[in-house]
Design a protein around this ligand. Structure first.
Ligand code: NDP
Length: 338
């Protein structure tokens, strides 16, 4: 049976825990990238906004070796100059990387400068982790994920407490002169870590957002239930299973796609929208990006069938050595087979 396409740009979610009403597009464009992909990323963002009508862009201080924010900034500047969009129509997210866990303000200011913006719509703590601040003598920049030269192990700052980053973000958000951030949230937190933030009376503004890996193989049922109960909106990252899009090869997903004569990609995006989750896929294929316009109304049975994939055989795609200290992660090294 064929389904009627619905416009993604009309799907919005209201954020809680904000001073003023903030609406976030449910669909955003991901920008995790390698440092040698900046030009094509900039072009992809322009196609996403101009041709597909996407208004939400997810970026981070750390992406592209600290360079992607410059490409995002250039794309936004050109789109505004070309009158494709106004700043107010866009929803821009950036994140604080754990090598600046104790320097939230500095990280935000660097992001704003790179993005050429006066404010971001959403600021996230990227990981509940504190890295040691170590300067790479070759570049003069901080190592993103510092490792011990001898043991090869990630170097955490043992004196640090991950909640410090969120407390600093809370202070920025609640400062009387705040014009730089419209909403704050966290990423890669587990339920136990969210509970800690919610129970802390020194924190004035609870997270509006939790951004975590979420896809049919990792449906994060417990986290989503907890967030829904506490008014936290969930954004799913790596919705396609990250590089190579392995999720699009799952037979259950393809069966549903075939039944409606839509693509496996359409099925995944539609699954997110139906579940009231936000989603931020990435693509550097400009033809694909231009088509990121629609979702379809899947049935409850189809949604349940996709949910079942992760219940039967859960698999986490983003699971790097430095994540081993986090609940739910294994710290699997990249060379291991999936
Ligand atoms: P995704 O799950 O979005 O998958 C990206 C891959 O899917 C690329 O290889 C892309 O290839 C491919 N792809 C996209 N569309 C299609 C299509 N229609 N058909 C076939 N293949 C397709 O990857 P990410 O891990 O990047 O996750 C998305 C975003 O989430 C990131 O870019 C980032 O913004 C965010 N993120 C946040 C994290 C966090 O810790 N908070 C961690 C990881 C990601 P191609 O380019 O050739 O189209």
């Amino acid at each position: 049976m064929s389904l009627t396409p619905k416009l993604l740009k009309d799907a919005q979610i209201k954020l809680n825990n904000t001073h003023n009403p903030v609406f976030m597009p449910q669909f955003g464009f991901g920008t995790a990238a390698n440092a040698d992909e900046l030009e094509i990323n900039k072009e992809a963002i322009k196609v996403a906004v101009r041709d597909a009508g996407i208004r939400c862009i997810d970026t981070a201080r750390f992406y592209g070796g600290g360079k992607i924010e410059y490409a995002v900034g250039e794309a936004i500047e050109e789109l505004i100059k070309e009158k494709v969009v106004t700043r107010e129509e866009l929803f821009i997210t950036t994140k604080i990387w754990p090598n600046q866990w104790n320097k939230a303000q500095e990280s935000l200011d660097k992001s704003l400068k790179a993005l050429k913006l006066d404010y971001v719509d959403l600021l996230l703590q990227h990981w509940p982790i504190c890295f040691l601040e170590i300067v790479n003598p070759a570049t003069g920049e901080l190592y993103g994920t510092p490792h011990d030269e001898k043991t090869g192990k990630p170097l955490y700052d043992e004196t640090g407490d991950y909640i410090t980053t969120y407390k600093q973000m809370d202070a920025i958000y609640n400062s009387p002169n705040n014009t730089k951030v419209r909403a704050i949230g966290v990423s890669n937190y587990a339920v136990s870590q969210l509970e800690r933030v919610l129970a802390d009376d020194t924190i004035k503004t609870k997270p509006s957002i939790l951004q975590v890996e979420l896809n049919p193989q990792l449906n994060q049922e417990e986290l989503v239930k907890f967030c829904t109960k506490n008014g936290i909106v969930v954004i799913g990252y790596s919705p396609l299973g990250s590089t190579g899009a392995p999720i699009l090869k799952l037979p259950e997903v393809n069966e549903i796609a075939k039944a409606h004569d839509i693509t496996a990609y359409d099925v995944i995006v539609s699954w997110f929208i139906k579940k009231n989750l936000a989603v931020i896929p990435r693509s550097l294929n400009l033809q694909r990006v231009a088509k990121m316009k629609y979702y379809y109304d899947l049935t409850d049975d189809e949604v349940a069938k996709i949910d079942q994939i992760g219940i039967d055989k859960p698999y986490r795609h983003i699971d790097e050595d430095f994540t081993a200290i986090l609940p739910g992660f294994t710290g699997r090294v990249k060379t291991e087979n999936k």
